[in-house]
Design a protein around this ligand. Structure first.
Ligand code: 2AM
Ligand code: CA
Ligand code: CA
Ligand code: CA
Length: 262
């Protein structure tokens, strides 16, 4: 059987090296996407092209889903889920929380995930059933944290029609938790849950490429990942925390079920 994790790690490291080497002092915005704040640079596209070329060379029959290049079908039952830069706004400003996120799905189940937080030199990895690791150390999320003591990471996806609802949800959450952290990369947030650097994470409207790799890393570190009312993580709100805290976070967020403005 192919060692999917080893291949994914090689590719995520190579893409990270390319991005570090080629990142200009002030990267230029190439285009805006869903809103003026939702941007893409030439290097988002170049990194995805590099990743796709490496996948095609090693495993020509595999499908690929990438944020910048969309869906490429394949016949092997294996699909790679690619976010070439998660945290593009941080990349643009020279802030250290951006990463290359790569996940491998076999028959619809994510089996391997790599999140390379390039500026920090941290490569998080997981394969299903074998734990999550950072620099050879097995990761374990925090457990037994009551909601009022929980440090909660969140993000605000850039679609402009979401902003007011995001603010409403935040106003509800902030008085009920220890504090909020907003790093700007969903994949890195999920790795922060895995490493116990935050206790929980929630965000509206993340996409498959944002959570596929980081989600497996968090789950392999003992966290639960899901949406509201047992839904899938990317259908509306994505929540991640140790199982007891997950339930408390879920119940706090349920009255704000975003279905109503979907
Ligand atoms: P990106 O940097 O790959 O675009 C910021 O809150 C997080 O949301 C980042 O992980 C960012 O990924 C992601 N994001 C950006 N635009 C988004 C959008 N329109 N909808 C949902 N998530 C988005
Ligand atoms: Ca983007
Ligand atoms: Ca992303
Ligand atoms: Ca991206």
């Amino acid at each position: 059987m192919t060692d999917y994790l080893a291949l994914a790690e090689d590719i995520a490291r190579e893409a990270g090296e390319m991005l570090l080497a080629k990142r200009p002092d002030r990267p230029e915005v190439l285009a805006v996407k869903s809103s003026p704040t939702d941007v893409v640079t030439a290097l988002d596209r170049a990194a995805e092209e590099l990743i796709r070329a490496r996948i095609a060379a090693a495993r020509p029959g595999d499908a690929v889903l990438g944020e910048e290049g969309g869906d490429t079908p394949g016949g092997s039952g294996v699909r790679w889920i690619v976010d070439p830069i998660d945290g593009t706004v941080n990349f643009l400003y020279g802030l250290p929380d951006w990463c290359v996120s790569l996940a491998v799905e076999v028959d619809g189940e994510v089996v391997a995930g790599v999140v390379n937080v390039v500026p920090r030199g941290e490569v998080f990895t997981a394969s299903r059933g074998s734990g999550a690791y950072l620099a050879g150390r097995r990761l374990q999320c925090n457990t037994g944290v009551p909601l009022p003591q929980a440090l909660v990471a969140t993000g605000f996806g850039y679609e402009s029609n979401r902003r007011e609802v995001q603010a409403e949800v935040l106003a509800h959450v902030l008085p009920r938790v220890r504090d909020i952290r907003r790093y700007g990369s969903a994949a890195a947030d999920l790795c922060a849950v895995a490493a116990g650097r935050v206790d929980a994470y929630y965000e509206r409207g993340v996409n498959t490429w944002d959570h596929a790799a980081g989600g497996l890393i968090a789950v392999e570190a003992g966290a639960r990942l899901g949406g509201l009312r047992g839904r899938e993580p990317n259908s509306d709100l994505t929540l991640c925390a140790a199982p007891d805290l997950f339930d408390a976070l879920h119940d706090m967020l349920l009255p704000l079920d975003p279905e109503r403005d979907a």
